[in-house]
Design a protein around this ligand. Structure first.
Ligand SMILES: Cc1cc2nc3c(=O)[nH]c(=O)nc-3n(C[C@H](O)[C@H](O)[C@H](O)COP(=O)(O)OP(=O)(O)OC[C@H]3O[C@@H](n4cnc5c(N)ncnc54)[C@H](O)[C@@H]3O)c2cc1C
Length: 536
């Protein structure tokens, strides 16, 4: 097979987290040809591979620059929605926090959405199959898989104080958020290996790149799936000013993410007729659920000034991190650059009647790290954030135009359900409680609430949440799997009503998992590859 081939057995659209897993797994058999198409660039930039590079990647050239529609329950704000646009997708720019969600999440996919075969026991098999854990093994963990999972090389002094403070507040110390229980406070394990980021591109795709039967095209955007007689037969692509078509003899697998996958379905005439007609697109297949059921965790941050020059703020400009940090990292793969910055974790309850924790917190020994989150005035601070893990608000993704270069209209519809607001407020209250405990409070000089807010009444909390809620970068659910009316794919991930077409990425989650979403997406792609290869 040459690089100029236009005919492949499998075409995978989107070289993000799921796409990289699929490309590696489907191309194991040398007699099968695979094409992976990614809109963004290759992942060769060094910042992608240094764990602390996360602090530079939530804005800039490796993300799509999406902005939400005005959020009617969040002061009509248009909220930036960073999503990866680079080989490795979100996994090349994310915070590398390794969490899988609660087993109950997957069991609910089966019991409430009819997703047979996606129960927690089956998913645990895929989590373990993927995993190369440097510390844990046994019932919940494994090693030797493609995805490096590591402990923090050297947790920051401030993170240690935060973890002690969680215990002072009464939470148990948890050495494994992916083990017996999520509940408690501790250090996150991260998707890193030997002091470097391990995205699905690094762990799965790079080792497969020398296979002659695998072609990877970057900076190529799929503009449409070509459908003949209700069967997907190829894809049209654009690259700069040129266009091209590739055909697939077996299957096309869409893995363009929770915004990209429904957009591509709609561009291809698969979706709610109302959405398609308003963009002037001919209907190939009526599938009302495409672009519906959008879910994300709505994140709230508080930053604090500290009294010691030790935080990791503005690592590029504040001494002593510049040259020293670089040398320490190059020589030993340690020091601030080896940190993912999002170091400390906590899972707790807003509602004690829940079976598993419904609040998740991230502690960063720095402030001003992510786009849109402020730094303290002196550049010395820490950040704590929280979100409600099982939001009931549901949003939409709709194409704005038949022009594939135009961004879709994305409405996460944050905080449209009162329970989401109430749980988030309880999360904020717990944030302030943990930050007032002795171990961390001895460093804190001031709490900075965005927009000069004060939190002293229910109304002030409500206003704060509506004024400052933002994405946690976990959009899912827009091409939901299931056997219900608004489902888009079957439990085998086949698009209802169209042959030879599957979707396999974060968009197929019928309900968001109770944690960060990368590990779940990798497990989805692992299972998708098994389903495809076994002919299911
Ligand atoms: C800033 C950030 C921080 C995060 N932090 C964490 C974390 O710490 N831990 C965690 O578990 N999760 C985290 N996540 C979430 C996690 O990265 C995602 O859940 C995961 O990457 C989703 O995988 P995916 O394959 O569904 O989509 P993506 O990884 O987004 O991949 C989709 C790919 O498809 C490409 N694409 C889209 N449309 C087209 C098209 N038409 N043609 C060709 N290519 C196309 C995109 O460019 C992209 O590369 C974070 C995400 C972000 C953005």
């Amino acid at each position: 097979m040459t690089k100029n081939n236009t005919r492949f057995d499998y075409i995978i659209v989107g070289g993000g987290t799921a796409g990289c897993v699929l490309a590696a797994k489907l191309s194991v058999d040398p007699s099968v040809t695979v094409l992976l198409i990614e809109a963004g660039k290759s992942d060769s930039h060094p910042l992608i591979h240094v764990p602390a590079g996360f602090a530079k990647l939530t804005a800039g050239p490796f993300q799509w620059g999406y902005i939400s529609q005005p959020q009617k329950n969040a002061m009509n704000r248009k909220i930036p929605l960073a999503q990866g646009r680079v080989l490795g997708g979100g996994g090349s720019i994310n915070a590398q926090v390794y969490t899988r969600g609660a087993p109950d999440d997957y069991d609910r996919w089966v019991s409430e959405y009819g997703c047979n075969g996606w129960d927690s026991e089956t998913m645990l098999k895929y989590f373990k199959m993927a995993e190369d854990n440097e510390r844990l093994s046994g019932k919940y963990h494994s090693y030797g898989g493609p995805l490096g999972v590591s402990d923090l090389a050297n947790p920051h002094e401030l993170t240690k104080a935060f973890v002690q403070s969680g215990q002072e507040m009464g939470l148990p110390y948890n050495s494994d958020f992916n083990g017996e229980s999520q509940f408690g406070v501790g250090y996150y394990q991260t998707t890193t290996r030997n002091g470097k980021r391990c995205s699905a591109a690094v762990g799965y795709l790079h080792p497969a790149l020398n296979r002659k039967n695998l072609v990877v095209k970057t900076q190529v955007t799929v503009s449409r799936i070509v459908i003949e007689n209700k069967v997907a037969v190829g894809v049209s692509v654009i690259s700069g000013k040129s266009t091209n078509t590739y055909s697939a003899t077996r299957e096309i697998i869409v893995a363009a993410g929770a915004f990209g996958s429904p957009k591509l379905m709609q561009l291809s005439g698969i979706g709610d007729p109302l959405d398609l007609q308003s963009a002037g697109i001919k209907i190939e297949s009526e599938l009302k659920g495409v672009g519906k059921n959008l879910q994300d965790h709505c994140d709230l941050d508080i930053i604090y000034s500290i009294n010691k020059k030790i935080s990791m703020d503005r690592m590029d400009s504040v001494s002593p991190f510049t040259a020293n940090a670089g040398i320490e990292y190059l020589l030993y793969k340690r020091g601030p650059l080896a940190s993912t910055v999002v170091e400390g974790g906590m899972f707790s309850y807003s509602d004690k009647k829940e079976k598993t924790p419904d609040l998740q917190f991230h502690f960063l020994p720095a402030a001003g790290v992510e786009a849109g989150v402020a730094a303290t005035e002196k550049g010395l601070g820490v950040t704590l954030n929280v979100y409600f893990l099982r939001p009931r608000s549901r949003g939409t993704v709709r194409i704005a135009s038949s022009d594939p270069r135009v961004a879709p209209l994305i409405d996460p519809n944050y905080l449209s359900e009162d329970c989401d607001l109430e749980a988030t407020i309880e999360g904020l209250r717990q944030m302030r409680e943990v930050m007032s405990q002795p171990a961390i409070s001895k460093y804190i000089t001031k709490e900075h609430l965005a927009k000069g807010a004060t939190l002293n009444s229910k109304d002030s909390y409500v206003k704060f949440v509506r004024e400052n809620g933002r994405t946690s970068y976990h959009p899912v659910g827009t091409c939901a799997m299931g056997s219900h009316e608004e489902s888009v794919v079957s439990p085998e991930l086949k698009v209802h009503g169209i042959g030879n077409l599957r979707i396999a990425d974060s968009s197929i989650m019928p309900e968001i998992v109770s944690s960060n979403t990368q590990a779940a997406t990798i497990a989805i792609a692992e299972r998708a590859a098994d389903l495809i290869l076994s002919g299911d």
